[in-house]
Write a protein that binds this ligand. Structure first.
Ligand code: HEM
Ligand SMILES: CC(C)=CCC/C(C)=C/CC/C(C)=C/COP(=O)(O)OP(=O)(O)O
Length: 298
């Protein structure tokens, strides 16, 4: 009897965790943590590391849960999302809303009390940007949804930076710009091979509204823009040789993917490009960290 109760609680816990889109949120939190380290010469203060990381993670998870609540009908129509807890009827609207409110509230509390109020306010704005402006307003309205909405996904390194220093430095804005330029090729690579699902769901994603060829060209153009943006930290002195070589190699490979997609499309190549986009961002931020602690100035 007791073991059955335990299994039930474990299941419920898994359902709540599934709302939080843990894999996406883990990369988001990773970029925030790197932002904390890049912001200071030595190590960030201990309270920044634990409360900043936990606070940002909780609010990001709450934002993802709120997105699941708003999009449950659309999620039910797409193969990729139909196994989420709301379309499956495993959780109710009230449970999801309360979960998002409590988890997000706790995250904001930690940021306000143990980090600083500016981080708390910017994280709240990021929550509203993703959970409300992107999800409820932009996503069903325009194919530029992810370009504009990408601003929320680009905020985490700024949040990390502000957590560590209390101010918004121009180098933090460069980290923002990098993720901002990365989001369109990241998402449109996926939207290309999932175009039929998005069309069926009635969402105006770029391959649905402007066609495949137009989207492929834009993936390529954004990889070029991204390459240029990643060179800016070298100009400001934030990045040295290690960063320059790493960013050039990673960016060159991303452009190559964009070029191949543009010239000779296949769904398999689009899937590979999407997977590479995730490796790209993870490795780029790792290289930045290495460069920060082992600087070889240019
Ligand atoms: C508006 C901005 C963004 C959009 C529209 C978007 C869209 C998506 C979609 C639809 C998926 C699901 C792929 C699947 O289920 O197979 C995905 C996966 C992923 N995204 Fe994004 N993304 C955005 C921003 C970001 C950001 C800012 C990050 C991290 C910094 C990120 C990291 C990831 C990761 C790690 C995955 C893989 C998750 C997995 O393996 O399950 N995304 N993205
Ligand atoms: C710190 C903080 C508050 C961060 C919030 C930013 C945040 C959670 C961004 C998430 C990006 C994301 C999951 C996009 C998925 O797109 P989608 O929602 O269109 O994908 P779906 O089709 O899988 O639902």
């Amino acid at each position: 009897m007791e073991s059955l109760m335990f299994q039930g609680a474990a299941c419920r816990c898994q359902q709540f965790l599934a709302l939080c889109k843990l894999r996406v949120v883990s990369l988001i939190v990773f970029t925030a943590v790197i932002g904390m380290f890049l912001a200071v010469p030595g190590w960030p203060a201990w309270n920044v590391l634990w409360a900043g990381t936990l606070g940002i993670a909780l609010v990001a998870g709450a934002a993802a849960a709120f997105n699941c609540l708003i999009e449950q009908k659309i999620d039910a129509t797409m193969a990729r999302t139909r196994a989420r807890p709301l379309p499956r009827g495993e959780l109710t609207n009230t449970q999801t809303l309360v979960f998002s409110g409590v988890v997000g509230g706790l995250g904001l509390y930690l940021l306000n009390v143990f980090v600083n109020p500016l981080t708390m306010w910017l994280t709240l704005a990021t929550f509203v940007g993703y959970a409300v402006i992107y999800t409820a307003v932009l996503k069903p309205a325009t194919p530029q949804n992810i370009v504009i909405g990408g601003a929320s996904g680009a905020m985490p390194p700024v949040l990390g930076w502000v957590a560590a220093t209390g101010e918004i430095h121009h180098d933090a804005l460069l980290l923002f710009l990098i993720i901002f330029a990365w989001t369109p090729p990241h998402f449109w690579a996926l939207a290309l091979y999932r175009r039929e699902e998005y069309a069926q769901a009635g969402l105006p994603m770029l391959p649905v509204t402007h066609g495949e060829a137009y989207t492929r060209l834009h993936v390529l153009l954004y990889t070029l823009l991204l390459f240029a943006v990643t060179m800016l930290p070298v100009g400001t002195g934030m990045g040295g040789w290690i960063y320059l070589v790493g960013a050039a190699l990673l960016g060159g490979r991303f452009i190559h993917y964009g070029w191949r997609l543009h010239r000779q499309y296949s769904d398999d190549l689009a899937k590979e490009t999407f997977r590479y986009s995730i490796w790209y961002l993870s490795l780029l931020f790792t290289v930045m960290l290495v460069d920060h602690y082992y600087p070889i100035s240019i």
